[in-house]
Design a protein around this ligand. Structure first.
Ligand code: BGC
Length: 357
């Protein structure tokens, strides 16, 4: 008889509008596992072993739905662990044009549109379905139908995200979307990682990004259009560097999109190693870019799981994505989804130990 990798669910509370929210656990709660809330499709917990076999929760977040719904959380707006859409990252002044028509979206980040607007995919309740798993992997499918005009975007968009987590300690996220009117689309997951849970910052984590160039941004974090070589700059992570080693040379800290090698299929987007715990994270994606964000805006106003205060640089994000503001930069890889075509993308967060340590 074959037993399948555990998957369980429990109620997680209700939204202010009365919608029931569930929390799914992929894996055995006593071992490696991932918890995903149907509110925002949010990864709330992700437990993987360190070099001594000790489990640790390597993502930032909360134990209770109310913390995700609180006014303090809305004010700080960190998007812990959530699915992001329709357009992850920024659109300059919330504007874009499609087939000769101009669209104006909400400007919820200074002059710009960020992460889908006031009520992005991080704040909606997704419909969940546990898919048949295997002996080594659990699968959860989430669906959301974003209606025509939502947050100003055109078309009814059907989005499907499948999370998988299994014995190989890989969190795999597969995105699919289709629309009945042409719309821009850029989907990602906004997990913040700290591979040494409880430690106050990630500045000692060693990061490697196999990117030759990054998108230069203006002071509101909108790309100027220039793809600048990382060579000779603090953006050069082609060989590993501690996150904190050169962060002081980057105004505001790291919050940029790196241009990944233009190769088909899944390829390495980032590798992070934390020497004290021995934990390692590798990110693989088929997307053209990755936003490395060093948690610059975490200001200590939120207290997360186990009472940890989330201050500046407590976690980092590696948001696999298309480049910011692509609809306004025709030379960037395209982000326009048309009716009759399907968007499909895969990102994997592969956890493990630093080899040979
Ligand atoms: C952005 C940051 C932003 C953060 C949380 C990241 O994806 O690049 O600028 O502060 O999300 O909102």
């Amino acid at each position: 008889m074959s037993t399948s990798f555990p998957l369980s669910l429990a109620p997680f509370g209700r939204t202010p509008e009365g919608q029931a929210v569930e929390l799914y656990t992929l894996g055995d709660p006593a071992g490696p596992h991932a918890c995903i809330s149907t509110y925002g499709g949010t990864v709330t917990r992700l437990l993987v072993p360190d070099q001594r076999g000790q489990m640790g929760d390597v993502v930032l977040g909360f134990d209770a739905l109310d913390d995700y719904l609180s006014e303090a959380y809305r004010q700080a707006n960190p998007y812990f662990g959530a699915l992001i859409g329709r357009y992850a990252n920024r659109l300059a002044r919330g504007r874009f044009a499609l087939d000769g028509q101009h669209y104006q979206l909400a400007t919820n980040n200074g002059p710009n549109h960020l992460h889908g607007g006031h009520r992005g995919f991080d704040r909606v309740v997704w419909q969940a379905e546990a898919l048949p798993g295997s002996a080594t992997e659990a699968r959860l499918r989430l669906r959301y139908r974003s209606p025509d005009g939502e947050e100003g975007y055109p078309g009814n968009l059907q989005v499907e995200v499948t999370y998988r987590f299994g014995a190989d300690l890989t969190l795999r996220i597969e995105y699919r979307a289709s629309t009945d009117r042409t719309t821009p689309l850029n989907l990602t997951n906004h997990s913040y990682f700290n591979l040494a849970p409880g430690s106050p910052d990630v500045l000692g984590h060693e990061l490697q990004l196999p990117a030759e160039r990054y998108t230069v941004v203006d002071d509101t974090l909108i790309p100027t259009g220039e793809l600048r070589p990382v060579n000779g700059t603090p953006m050069d992570f082609r060989r590993p560097h501690p996150i904190g080693a050169r962060i002081g040379q980057v105004a505001g800290g790291y919050d940029h999109n790196w241009v990944l090698p233009d190769e088909p299929g899944l390829r390495l987007a980032a590798r992070v190693q934390e020497p004290a715990s021995g934990r390692r994270l590798e990110v693989y994606t088929d997307q053209p870019g990755v936003q490395f964000y060093s948690g610059n805006f975490l200001d200590g106003s939120l207290r997360g799981k186990n009472g940890v205060v989330y201050g500046r640089h407590t976690g980092f994000c590696l948001e696999t994505q298309h480049f910011p503001d692509s609809p306004n930069h025709p030379q960037f890889p395209g982000t326009i989804l048309r009716p009759g075509t399907e968007f499909h993308s895969v990102t994997e967060y592969r956890f493990g130990l630093i080899p040979g340590q």
